[in-house]
Design a protein around this ligand. Structure first.
Ligand code: FCB
Length: 442
């Protein structure tokens, strides 16, 4: 099922692991600002130290080597590279060059995510992704990195989860930039991020002719609370458009999904129609981050969508989400049937644990069964012809889990946030063995 060149990997993101966000000429990101604002993050945690990967990267790459992963997906902190509009910080570039060189030496393929949400504060103060100029700035930053690292990095991801950035950052206010109910902000951010993606792909083609580039999308399988009820079906359908299709359809099918346009079209920035044809630059793979499914019921009091998510009581769930591996299978099959069967990678899949006193923090059986079940459905999808090329676990290390701070732990490797000591969990041993044997079914 899993061919010899199947890419087993792990994922991380800059702000979540690095620490030292202002070191060596970097400027603050919106996440730096947001997390230092009291009350935004659980326990007022922030990323000042995080896993101190900024200094521990040789050790962490050693762990990757021992795990035997073929690839490592990580992100570059934009404000380390471009600390002010028009500036280039060579110390920031050097830092990532050292990481890349160590990875290559260890025989690990780097997968660089350009944008994993840490917008420079200088850009946010000019309107951030509410403004069209953000596209130029993101493209410029990408070009700097393509020029600097394109000679040694083949695989690139433009943007991580534009859905989460736009909805949690502009509607729910749980993520930076922390705006609430700003639908114009949400749809501008979504639109300009998708436009940036295509712009980056075009620049990449001439900068790194032999490289591969894609985008990473959060995908949530949406279901009706009651499948017998037409109104619940409609609620699940509109949420599918809003959470999933809105972010893929323009890139592959060249249009925004119908119901989203009917209900929310007026919140899109002016000129969006003329942008659509520009959004379809062919790219090399779709990255899928899959964690969960949502169930929706019809709710006349919920504005716009008339859809309300039903709570996850009574279904199998983790500390954060419902567990529904079949949803991953369904989404993969849909990619094949409705989007032309592009090459795809699962760029994130993982399981959160909260530590409880008295329990051994290295025994994470629930995580192993979660991962195993998702790998099993991935295998089924491959068997049915889905062009799935790799699977990356979120995450290599426990880290700063955004609004949840450090309590929500996703690591194969445990981090003691007082001593910064790394320790392998059972799942790390399990993943190493699985990679060694070439996949669960051999
Ligand atoms: C995804 C993010 C990633 C991490 C996981 C748990 O939405 O891309 O940074 O927080 O969720």
């Amino acid at each position: 099922m899993f061919s010899n060149d199947f890419i087993w990997g792990t994922s991380t993101a800059a702000y979540q692991i690095e620490g030292s966000p202002l070191a060596d000429g970097a400027s603050p990101s919106i996440w730096h600002e947001f997390s230092h604002h009291k009350g935004r993050i659980k326990n007022n945690h922030h990323g000042d130290i995080a896993c101190d990967h900024y200094h521990h990267y040789p050790e962490d790459i050693g762990h990757l080597k021992e795990l035997g992963v073929k690839a490592y997906r990580f992100s570059v902190a934009w404000p380390r590279i471009v600390p002010q509009a028009g500036a280039i910080n060579s110390k920031g570039i050097d830092y990532y060059r050292r990481i890349v060189d160590l990875l290559l030496e260890a025989g690990i393929e780097p997968y660089i995510t350009l944008f994993h949400w840490d917008t420079p504060l200088w850009l946010e103060s000019q309107g951030g992704f509410r403004k069209r100029q953000s596209v130029d700035y993101l493209a410029e930053y990408g070009n700097i990195l393509f020029q600097a690292l394109g000679d040694r990095v083949e695989n690139w991801i433009t943007i991580n989860e534009p859905m989460v950035y736009s909805i949690l950052g502009y509607v729910k206010g749980e993520h930076a930039p922390g705006r609430k109910n700003d639908l114009r902000g949400m749809f501008s951010a979504a639109h300009y991020l998708l436009l940036s993606h295509s712009r980056l792909v075009n620049i990449f083609r001439s900068a790194v002719p032999n490289g591969r580039i894609g985008i990473t999308q959060a995908q949530i399988w949406t279901m009706p609370h009651n499948p017998e009820r037409a109104k619940d079906m409609r609620a699940a359908g509109i949420m599918d458009e809003l959470l999933n299709r809105l972010y893929i359809d323009p890139l592959i099918l060249g249009k925004y999904p119908e119901k989203v346009l009917q209900i929310f079209g007026r919140f899109l920035p002016t000129g969006w129609e003329e942008d659509l044809p520009k959004m379809q630059a062919p790219f090399d793979f779709v990255g899928i981050n899959y964690y969960t499914s949502h169930r929706y019921r019809y709710s006349p009091f919920t504005p716009f969508t008339h859809a309300r998510q039903t709570p996850i009581t009574g279904v199998e769930s983790s500390a954060m989400w419902e567990i529904y591996p079949q949803g991953l299978y369904n989404l993969l099959i849909r990619l094949k049937n409705e989007y032309g069967n592009p090459d795809c990678l699962i760029t994130e899949n993982g399981y959160p644990l909260i530590e409880v006193p008295g329990a051994d923090p290295l025994q994470d059986h629930e995580r192993i069964s979660y991962l195993y079940e998702h790998i099993a459905v991935a295998a089924r999808a491959i068997k049915e012809g889905v062009n799935l090329k790799g699977y990356f676990i979120w995450s290599l290390l426990d880290n700063f889990e955004w609004q949840h701070g450090y309590d929500m732990r996703f690591g194969l490797i445990r981090v003691d946030f007082n001593t910064l000591k790394r320790e392998w969990r059972r799942s790390a041993h399990w993943f190493r063995d699985l990679i060694k044997s070439g996949g669960p079914d051999r």
